[in-house]
Design a protein around this ligand. Structure first.
Ligand SMILES: *Cc1c(COP(=O)(O)O)cnc(C)c1O
Length: 378
């Protein structure tokens, strides 16, 4: 009999989601928008300690609208973390803009402030100053915000924070998504909380969020008939989906605590194996939500590599995955400029994501630990 599959990250419901969805059914608010959407926006803005929030159909939609709101158009250059998931860059491609990939630094795995400044200077020298930075906080780890903001302020480049993986994470006590002009969240099925599929855009700037809602509902002008003066999108979150989101927000901090406990648990398993490094915060300035716990498998006498571990877990029906393959290595994006320092290539080479759900059971934990000890002690 094959064992039940253990996923990297699977939906974990709190219980009250159905209450909000039921309310929507009972009041016939099945149509898009409605009280759950308004409630979800208010509750998410309050959670993030930011002024305004628009609930959208996906994180990718939020990224796309953020770029439009900053006036990104065809052939504009947009700086972007190379170490990310493809959705970050797809949104730039939708605008026919040009992603300028920037490498990571070793402490947070996010954009390197030094390489970022080198990239900006090189582009300016080239006569094409980048119009924005899409900054990713990968695996829930906050970026080096102070240094990055300093560089972006110096060259007046607005930041869009792709916080799809970093909901609830903080840098010096401030929530990720609130440092930039606009912040993006995702509620896809594998994220820290889920609405089955969904996203959000946050900002201190009410004008930007109002405009995002307008664009997300087909850009309909204020007129009794249907009139449109610009291209719109169908990017709003539905009232049903927002009901799931409201239930999930109630358990978000609890889920973060559980994911952080997973990170500690993996540290305790791997501490005897000095060639395995568990990715964790560089200092107490950083508070990661540890959406996924990642490890680096450094060279060792036993010749165990990441793939050895991944295959051993796969044999036990336990999901384990290489880190995100950097965007400059992707066939679809590899022709775009890339400012390298070697970091993301090195991480991709030796890194793995471990099963990190907030809903891992004791039995699942036992299976994971046994499988790991078996392959590491062989
Ligand atoms: C998941 C994710 C997105 C996209 O969010 P969707 O809701 O799936 O569209 C964007 N960026 C990063 C870094 C992500 O992990």
């Amino acid at each position: 009999m094959t064992k039940e599959k253990i996923y990297l990250s699977s939906p974990h419901l709190g219980g009250n989601e159905i209450k909000y969805v039921q309310e929507a059914f009972d009041t016939n608010w099945i149509a898009p928008l409605g009280p759950n959407v308004n409630g979800f926006e208010e509750e998410l803005a309050a959670y993030s300690k930011t002024a305004h929030c628009a609930a959208l159909s996906s994180g990718t939609a939020a990224l796309h609208l953020a770029l439009i709101l900053l006036g990104i158009e065809q052939d504009d250059e947009v700086l972007c973390s190379t170490f990310t998931f493809s959705a970050t860059v797809n949104a730039i491609a939708y605008q026919k803009a040009i992603p300028i990939f920037v490498d990571s630094e070793k402490e947070t795995w996010n954009i390197c402030p030094k390489t970022l400044e080198e990239a900006i200077c090189a582009r300016i020298e080239n006569g094409t100053k980048p119009k924005a930075l899409v900054l990713v906080h990968l695996y829930g780890m906050p970026s080096k915000m102070e240094e990055i903001m300093q560089v972006c302020d110096k060259y007046s480049i607005p930041i869009i924070e792709d916080s799809a993986e970093a909901l609830g994470a903080t840098y010096k006590g401030q929530k990720m998504g609130t440092f930039g002009k606009l912040g993006v969240f995702s509620f896809n099925g594998n994220k820290i909380i889920t609405t089955s599929g969904g996203g959000a855009l946050i900002s201190e700037d009410q004008g930007l969020i109002d405009k995002s809602r307008f664009l997300a509902t087909q850009a309909r002008d204020a007129a009794p008939h249907y009139q449109h003066s610009q291209i719109g999108y169908n990017y709003r979150m539905s009232n049903i989906v927002a009901g799931i989101g409201r239930g999930q927000l109630e358990v978000l901090d609890n889920h973060i605590a559980l994911r952080r406990a997973n990170n500690e648990w993996y540290k305790s398993i791997f501490q005897k194996f000095e060639y395995i490094e568990v990715f964790t915060e560089p200092s107490s300035d950083y508070f990661s939500n540890h959406w996924l716990t990642c490890i680096l498998v450094h060279s060792n006498k036993k010749n165990i590599v990441g793939e050895t571990i991944r295959l051993a877990l796969e044999d036990e029906n336990i999901e384990c995955r290489p880190l995100w393959k950097p965007m400059h290595q992707q066939p679809v994006f590899s022709h775009h400029p890339f400012y390298s320092n070697g970091t993301s290539d090195g991480l991709f080479e030796i890194g793995l994501c471990m099963p990190s759900g907030s809903n891992l059971s004791d039995n699942q934990r036992y299976r994971i630990k046994s499988a790991l000890l078996k392959v590491l002690r062989n």
